[in-house]
Design a protein around this ligand. Structure first.
Ligand SMILES: Nc1ncnc2c1ncn2[C@@H]1O[C@H](COP(=O)(O)OP(=O)(O)OP(=O)(O)O)[C@@H](O)[C@H]1O
Ligand SMILES: [Mg+2]
Length: 255
């Protein structure tokens, strides 16, 4: 995890210039992104909104190095995506980016601890203290007492916390969450967003896609998409209540 605030001349952690993405599905081509340009500074907390089909998940797949743009330039943590091999992309993903999904994507037969350990199997570095680290990540998300539970034995919010601990296991610089609260009730959604806020307060760059303005309200910057284009990019005030909670949590206290 890298702390923010190293100065204004620091290179953005994500640089997008004129990104396009065309899906070629044989009979027709779908233009999902139509020239998207923006930067993300290290340590920013960004929300992405837009109607269904506006290209949000397509963008998330590019920012997460899961897919390459059709044209345009994308640089993640100094690495130019277009010129990277499959192996290099996999390494970048594993080292730099933690993914969180709407449906948690946990393996059902595995315990919380085993789920969190999973990404370490693909890691380049040998980690002898994997279990210790996984336990620490589960404690960090408030699940220290649920290490041996399988997904079926956990609530939706707890399952999403396991998924967040899993996303954190390789100490990424970026957390990329595609509708992380889409399957959760309102109360649990806000708990999960407070957890993201805490991670942001600790220095992580956090990007959350959502349909809900309340959820987007946790971020300090809002990007809005329509028909594959970025139509608005604005700073927003984080609700004071949220900010105070986050600072207390980041300091290890109760909100
Ligand atoms: N793998 C794919 N193959 C072909 N077309 C695709 C593919 N993925 C997405 N699309 C199309 O690209 C456009 C953008 O889709 P995308 O999933 O990025 O939208 P979204 O903003 O995430 O929508 P939602 O809010 O419903 O999740 C849509 O028209 C979609 O049908
Ligand atoms: Mg989507």
């Amino acid at each position: 995890m890298t702390a923010s605030g190293a100065g204004s001349i620091e290179r953005p952690i994500i640089e997008c210039v004129g990104l396009t993405k065309i899906y070629d599905i044989g009979v027709e081509k779908v233009q999902a992104l139509r020239g998207v340009t923006f930067n993300v500074r290290r340590g920013e907390f960004i929300a992405i909104m837009g109607a269904s089909g506006s290209g949000k998940s397509t963008l998330a797949n590019l920012l997460g190095a899961l897919d390459k743009p059709t044209s345009g330039d994308l640089t993640i943590d100094g690495a130019a995506i277009a010129r990277m091999s499959g192996d290099e992309l996999a390494r970048l993903r594993n080292r730099d980016i933690g993914f969180v999904f709407q449906q948690f994507n946990l393996l059902r037969r595995m315990t919380a601890l085993e789920n969190v350990l999973l990404p370490l199997n693909y890691s380049q570095s040998k980690v002898s203290d994997g279990a210790t680290r996984a336990k620490a990540k589960l404690e960090e998300v408030g699940l220290g007492a649920r290490l041996g539970h399988t997904p079926a034995q956990l609530s939706g919010g707890q399952q999403q916390r396991v998924a967040i601990a899993r996303a954190l296991i390789n100490n990424p610089n970026i957390i990329l969450a595609d509708e992380p609260t889409g399957a959760l009730d309102t109360h649990t959604s806000h708990e999960i967003m407070r957890l993201f806020s805490t991670l942001h307060a600790k220095g992580l760059t956090v990007i959350v896609i959502t349909h809900e303005p309340d959820i987007a309200g946790y971020a300090e910057r809002l990007l809005q998409f329509r028909d594959g284009k970025l139509i608005s990019d604005c700073r927003q005030d984080i609700q004071q209540d949220n900010r105070q909670d986050n600072l207390a949590l980041a300091a290890g206290g109760e909100p």
